[in-house]
Design a protein around this ligand. Sequence first.
Ligand code: ADP
Length: 183
Amino acid sequence: MKTQVRQTDLELIQGDITKADVDAIVNAANSQLIGGGGVDGAIRRAGGDQIEQACAEIRKREGGCPTGKAVITIGGNLPAKYVIHTAGPVWAGGDSGESELLASCYQSSLRLAVENSVQSVAFPSISTGIYGYPTEKAAVVALTAIEEFVKQDSAAPAIIQFILFDDATYTGYADALSSVFGK
Ligand code: ADP
């Protein structure tokens, strides 16, 4: 499924983000930048030691990555040149600033992408796995945040993909795409 926002192609794809042939993939990391399960574990396994070494340097220098912010490392053995690590919010019922923090993850990641001349970027569904954010709510926040960014920044990547691992997540994003973009 696909739509266009200004000059950017926004695509929903079902698959494995570690295989994405894009300039940068985004990792649903944690604020300590310490290897976890889910997509983080998959990216670190596929990318190899260079990613952990780069994360260790950031931990030493900056202490990690606050929730809603993003940091960038090399992609190691991945097809992608860069990994943008962002720490999503843990779902706590919706009244603890989760939607603002989640929107900030997407916007901070895209800002780093622009600063590094990234032309194509792939996101997973941040926070909807171990962190428990309801998928459809997260999808609406994610797509709205991306739409706002692209409308405000003329240097936004030409291709923005969501690579969604399972059927239910893909369906949640497809429904959200229809409601946010009216298609
Ligand atoms: P969080 O801790 O932010 O909730 P998770 O890694 O637990 O992050 O889950 C985020 C999403 O990533 C979930 O939808 C999960 O199914 C998905 N996921 C897991 N492995 C991969 C992968 N290799 N490629 C793309 N998405 C993945």
